[in-house]
Design a protein around this ligand. Structure first.
Ligand code: XMP
Length: 516
């Protein structure tokens, strides 16, 4: 099914909730022509909320043809108001805003979307305009104190709308409403399971790669590991994994990939030590976007060389290494502006950072999946827990955790500090509780300290522990003080050059998880 995105931060959440109901969903921008949406043959459509008023001059609109196509449509918030207007109902600019938790009274408890849910329920509202008259032929099914038409349905045309946000957890029966729409109104079945994802992806990879060969950049993280395992299942010996040691890895990471991942999957692995090359390319570079683009470019260059070597080794006979496997995830695609036309926040190294003269065709079997779904696929593929549950680590590695220029000396300092933080978090049993904990070296900042009897003039490191479900939003983790104290004491005692440890207490938004 399709989620039409009207610029809400909720569109991804809607897509996730639909997938939790075991129905495959994709997000499309509201600017996509309706003919293109219908060409995808959606079984159902949800119109998301959005920040605009339907009366604003530049308010995003919708071609009425989508409502006349016979496809079941559910409008939420802004999407609801658009439907009301297009179908001839009335949306008033009431001047009264409803925001946050609101009591909803269900007036038609036997209706398709509300059946089996309480007459009074709590919902999450966020709107200024309100619907005062439902479109002709549509039955009003719920109201609030301020809004006489908070939900409507027309079973004949299979058109539905609710003024509130069923996708957020504060709406107590929201998931049930979405499931009623999917199963009862649209007649879908909950068939999108991890084993169906694996089967579908294996078939798609076989169709794409054919009898050609592929290489996969392995980082040791869960994404590239699952992508590699999927491709291996699909095309087996046609795959060679390349692990690029760009010199920006954490302590012990390269050794771990060489040992554990190969043992778990049996993939053919080639380790390339390219640290010299990356560090040379990063010399004098402090701007985060420049760093990301350079790292992305160098990655591809190293792969291209690995490709040339593979071709040379295989001889002339059919050695056609044409594909590059990447563990790109759906949030990467959306955040890089590739999915929905949203703003470019950062160039993730495996999406926006690709050079234009790329010589590979990309295989991205996780391109439509969220992180938790990738983990489930990894489990389904039989990967060990410590790979599947590994915390995320960005492709550009420690390169984007040194604020300032990157060099060997600074990397060494950060590597030591990071190793201590990881060790202590693991010892405290907090690995599962936190999403990840970047350690950031403020290499261009110095502060005065005192150690022993002497003055020091060193650098601060910042701990950035976050909790999150999918990295799209995050909160800073409230780590126990004694754990923070141990990390701080150990880092300042054991890591030469660091004399201060700071804690980042910013959520995302407004901060991002990584500092660069
Ligand atoms: P931000 O900093 O955008 O990070 O809030 C969200 C999540 O993505 C990871 N991250 C990356 N992963 N390549 C990756 O593979 C990248 O370029 C990249 N940048 C950030 C980050 O660690 C967090 O989990």
């Amino acid at each position: 099914m399709l989620v039409v995105d009207f610029g809400a931060q909720y569109a991804q959440l809607i897509a996730r909730r639909v997938r939790e109901a075991r129905v495959y969903s994709e997000i499309v921008p509201s600017t996509m022509p309706v003919s293109e949406m219908l060409a995808r043959k959606p079984k159902a459509v949800i119109l998301s909320g959005g920040p605009s008023s339907v009366y604003a001059a530049d308010a995003p609109s919708l071609d009425r043809a989508l409502l006349d196509a016979g496809v079941p449509v559910l409008g939420l918030c802004y999407g609801f108001q658009l439907m009301v207007r297009l179908l001839g109902g009335t949306v008033d600019n009431t001047g009264s805003r409803e925001y946050g938790r609101t009591d909803l009274s269900v007036t038609k408890p036997d209706s398709t979307l509300f059946e089996g849910t309480p007459r009074e329920q709590q919902v999450w509202m966020s709107h200024g305009d309100a619907c005062s008259a439902a479109p002709e032929g549509c039955m009003v099914t719920a109201a609030t104190d301020l809004v006489p038409v908070a939900a409507f349905e027309d079973d004949e045309r299979r058109l539905y709308g609710v003024q509130y946000h069923p996708e957020v957890l504060h709406t107590t029966h929201g998931q049930q409403l979405l499931e009623h729409f999917l199963y009862r109104a649209a007649g879908l079945t909950p068939s999108w399971t991890t084993s169906s994802i694996v089967d579908e992806q294996v078939a798609a990879i076989r169709a794409q790669v054919g009898d050609k060969r592929a290489i996969c950049g392995l980082s040791g993280g869960v994404d590239s590991a699952v992508a590699a395992a999927l491709v291996q299942r699909a095309v087996g010996s046609q795959l060679t994994c390349v692990y690029v040691d760009h010199g920006l890895m954490r302590k012990g990471e390269t050794e771990q990939v060489e040992k554990d991942f190969v043992a778990a999957t049996g993939v053919r692995l080639r380790v390339v030590d390219a640290s010299e090359r990356f560090l040379r390319a990063l010399e004098g570079i402090a701007d985060p976007e420049d760093k990301r683009k350079i790292i992305g470019r160098e990655f591809i260059r190293v792969f291209e060389r690995a490709q040339a070597e593979l071709v040379a080794e295989a001889g002339a006979a059919g050695a056609d290494v044409a594909f590059l496997v990447q563990g790109t995830l759906y949030p990467d695609v959306v955040e890089s502006g590739g999915g929905t036309g949203t703003a470019n926040i950062k160039s993730h190294h495996n999406v926006g950072g690709l050079p234009e003269d790329l010589e590979f065709e990309l295989v991205e079997p996780l391109r439509w999946l969220f992180k938790d779904e990738v983990r489930m696929v990894g489990q389904e593929l039989g990967l060990p827990e410590d790979i599947v549950q590994r915390q995320p680590f960005p492709g550009p590695g420690l390169g984007i955790r040194i604020v300032g220029e990157v060099n060997r000396e600074r990397l060494e300092v950060l590597r030591e500090a990071d190793a201590i933080a990881r060790e202590e978090l693991t010892a405290a049993g907090l690995d599962r509780e936190i999403w990840q904990c970047p350690v950031v070296l403020l290499a261009d900042v110095r502060s005065v300290g005192v150690q022993g009897d002497g003055r020091t003039y060193g650098h601060p490191v910042v701990l950035r522990p976050v909790s999150s479900d999918d990295a799209m939003t995050a909160d800073w983790s409230r780590l126990p003080y004694d754990v923070l104290a141990r990390i701080s004491t150990r880092i300042t005692n054991e890591v030469t050059g660091v004399n201060r440890v700071a804690l980042d207490v910013t959520s995302k938004p407004p901060g991002t998880i990584e500092w660069e």
